[in-house]
Design a protein around this ligand. Structure first.
Ligand code: ZN
Length: 191
């Protein structure tokens, strides 16, 4: 049987809702994912850093599976998200039947050991270079801790919006008040 056909038999469709974690930092890397619909945020919880969003037709989770290392980032669903998931043991099990696949896995593993992501065609999520991952990126320091800032901004926007709508309501109320009974309201205020 053809390698890819054999492989697709092991794709399982899995769904996540908003804020579900697909995996977390330090988890054992057991699956690779392909997004059918929705959006996944890659974040570094430890430093409260949002790194990037991964969207439809993109895949993630390969580095841990091929390197054998635990997850360096956490993947969180931003939406109702549907993914295909293939388990590491199924993938490697099929690969055992194909000499090219065995060779490819070995090449990828050896490259990853030397921080070379080219054979995996993985790019840094931040600067898109192929010789490091986002956590090792020179620009990571600019991102570090941005979740707190994003959260603060979100709360600010929300406050401003609710303030604006309440002040609008107040204004409408006061317009009504002044047009209805201007003298009376002033009068009662003074008296
Ligand atoms: Zn980079």
């Amino acid at each position: 049987m053809d390698f890819l056909i054999e492989l697709t038999a092991f794709f399982h469709k899995v769904t996540f809702v908003t804020d579900d974690f697909i995996f977390m930092e330090q988890d054992r890397a057991e699956n690779i994912y392909y997004i059918i619909q929705g959006k996944i945020a890659m974040i570094h919880k430890q430093s409260h850093t949002f790194i990037t969003d991964i969207e439809k037709d993109q895949h993630f989770g390969e580095i841990g599976v091929f390197s054998g290392q635990s997850r360096q980032l956490s993947a969180k669903s931003r939406d109702f998200t549907e993914v295909y998931r293939i388990r590491k043991e199924d993938l490697f099990g099929i690969c055992e039947n194909y000499i090219e696949a065995i060779t490819a896995i070995r090449t990828i593993k050896e490259s990853l050991d030397q921080q070379n992501y080219k054979p995996l065609k993985m790019r840094c999520y931040i600067c898109r270079e192929m010789d490091h991952v986002a956590l090792k990126c020179k620009k990571f320091s600019k991102f570090r801790g941005n979740l707190m800032r994003m959260y603060a901004k979100q709360m600010n926007d929300k406050n401003r919006k609710s303030k604006r709508s309440s002040s609008m309501a107040l204004k409408q109320g006061s317009d009504k008040l002044t047009s209805d009974s201007q003298s009376q309201s002033y009068g009662s205020e003074e008296g």
